[in-house]
Design a protein around this ligand. Sequence first.
Ligand code: ATP
Length: 451
Amino acid sequence: MPASNQPDVMDKLVSLCKRRGFIFQSSEIYGGTGSVWDYGPLGVELKKNLKDLWWRSMVRMREDVVGLDAAILMHPRTWEASGHVAGFTDPLVDCRVCKGRFRADKLEDARCPQKPSKRPGEAEQCQLTEPRMFNLMFKTFMGPVEESASTVYLRPETAQGIFVNFLNVQQSTRQKVPFGIAQIGKAFRNEITPGNFIFRTREFEQMEMQFFVEPGTDMEWFEFWKAERMAWHRSLGLAPARLNFHQHAGADLAHYARAAFDIEFDFGGTLGFQEIEGIHNRGDFDLGRHQEHSGKKLEYFDQPNNKRYLPYVIETSVGADRTALAALVNAYREELVEGEDEGRTVLGLHPSLAPIKAAVFALTKKDGMPDMAHRIAGDLRGHFPVDYDETGSIGKRYRRQDEVGTPFCVTVDTDSVKDGTVTVRDRDSLKQDRISAEALRGYLQERLQHE
Ligand code: ATP
């Protein structure tokens, strides 16, 4: 894992996210639930923007990918076939002294709770147990009887809903291989060591796409999707220097995978480069296992060539929460403003991700300014999320918007009421333009690249 030169902004982000309504700890009034988070008014917009951008690039803009929304609860045999019942485990070690629990394969990243400068096992007093395998799937019961026959699992990934629907989708849409099925949805993993805010949680959202191809063409498609997916992360404004590929090789490569790369983002500080997306060539493992366990043929019939085969699968699997965190970390900066004593905190979010696209201010509450500002905000609101603010100094109002990543602030002053012009201030360049209120919507849409 390459070391990070980027500062650690996580604590500052956690506090900003809470203060400004991006992300709250789940059930906080009861002391919080371990590593589960709630998205507040701004967070839900940010994550929705991210999911919409993914859906647009993966489904809407492509003729060869279609969408799906499969249920979270699936037939329990799905998870036997997929290998999750037997193998979706992490090695768990306990410390007999501090009662800490750690993943044996991630001790590198962990800290001894009693001696945070050391890793578990490094300090003299540490007494680690032998690793035990721990299944990460959440179990529950379907129906009123709590017995093993009615055990079901909360899905630990969305992919299996796609595999079991492969033929339903293919036949109903008359898609020809190669084609893909995409879905966004919740997944649940009883992680041993969740943490780092929304980086590793027990309930999270995945955006997954399984692309079905003819065997023999798989590596070509694998390279295609690798490049596409990296380009997508860059299109969100993630700094190219903070993104890289990590290849899985040797023991790192899952037994069923023919090739696998992660896209990593540099989260800064001790976390450094970490996976945000996995791109895998899964061969025919998944369809093969479901065919075997269900007894139903899942082969594709290639009519023009009169042949049947089990397609290979190229998977792209990305976490919505983890990518939202990457976008926040990437965007966070503190800087001095020329001519002002106070510095500012800015979320330099890409405009397409920003929860609020423009804020409208009435300079004072007099002379018809609030009326005009309300009218302008009302007109813009039909097109994108807008905030209205008339309290505090203009400087304070700018700071409030900078901190949540609003790309533009529009001010209505005494001249505006007379001549119908407003000032528009750009979050990043701090440049101010005076333009006619009539032209405002077009001006903003052009710069936000928003329809
Ligand atoms: P890790 O090695 O970090 O546990 P993984 O290799 O198990 O991740 P995948 O199963 O490939 O992850 O899942 C695909 C994506 O889903 C990851 O790249 C990540 O963005 C997201 N993801 C996986 N587990 C979690 C989690 N516990 N919390 C948040 N996002 C997650």
